[in-house]
Ligand binder design. Structure first.
Ligand code: DGL
Length: 262
């Protein structure tokens, strides 16, 4: 069986593009519709109820585009809304999972850190994952709400971002961490700067490739992969500013694509 309908992907803004990029690598025949809810960004400090409401609105929009499944490319929205979405819609949802497990298993110093939003740390998914997998390590948490804003405003390469990140990682480095888990899809765009401010032995873990693999597995299981081997179509919608979205797609990923404002 083959299903040529597109996959929907959404985030509060540009962050989910880090997941989109991994998805199109391992799902080269799947069309994808990306929705950036940047009018309402950040989600990180909003109540679970508001995030559920915002996510449902995005899902309703994506369903008007006939998507066959949806990747919630936002840790914060996954934490607050994925249970609700799975209960209320029939299509399969794939969410973000904080990569605490690989970091804990591979840590030699027995000290790891996770950088995420307040909303993600408050969710039960994070609590359960850390209880299950981080028993034998010291798990240092760091709220990175300001970092979302930095990425969303396209300030990645500013000197002020370097200075700020240096300050953010200092207490974590002092704790002798050897893994830093990126628990927010905006943060992989900061990896080049993070590599400069972290000691060489600290491994940065971006869960995006694992989520892309999980998307493949879910589509395969549900028998809704596109088997027609045609060139896919990529569409982008944004509820707010499109400038940074366009510049990430073009300058970092090399895609010159027009973003539809909604
Ligand atoms: N990109 C998002 C995440 O993965 C959220 C950023 C935000 O809106 O606060 O958590």
């Amino acid at each position: 069986m083959s299903d040529s309908r597109p996959i929907g992907v959404f985030d509060s803004g540009v962050g989910g593009l880090s997941v989109w990029k991994e998805m199109i690598k391992i799902l080269p025949f799947e069309s994808v519709i990306y929705y950036a809810d940047n009018k309402n960004c950040p989600y990180g400090n909003k109540s679970p109820e508001s995030i559920i409401q915002l996510s449902s609105k995005v899902v309703d929009f994506l369903l008007t585009k006939d998507v066959k499944s949806i990747v919630v490319a936002c840790n914060t929205a996954t934490a607050a809304a994925i249970d609700h979405l799975r209960k209320n819609y029939t299509i399969p949802f794939i969410g973000m999972e904080p990569a605490v497990k690989p970091a804990s298993l591979n840590s030699k110093t027995k000290s790891i850190a996770i950088l995420a939003t307040e909303g993600t740390f408050n969710g039960k998914l994070f609590r359960e994952t850390s209880r299950k997998y981080a028993r034998d390590v010291e798990l240092n948490i760091e709220i990175g709400n300001d970092l979302v804003d930095i990425v969303e405003k396209g300030l990645i390469n500013e000197q002020s971002t370097y200075n700020y990140l240096k300050q953010v990682v200092k207490p974590l480095v002092d704790k002798d961490i050897d893994h830093l888990v990126l628990g927010c899809t905006h943060f992989p765009f900061l990896i080049p700067v993070l590599q400069k401010v972290l000691p060489e032995n600290v491994k940065i873990i971006d869960p995006a490739p694992a989520v892309a693999k999980q998307t493949f597995r879910v589509l395969q299981q549900k028998k809704i992969l596109n088997q027609s081997f045609q060139k896919p179509q990529y569409d982008f919608y944004s509820s707010g500013q499109t400038v940074v979205l366009e510049s990430i797609l073009k300058d970092i990923f090399g895609f010159d694509i027009e973003i539809h404002a909604v």
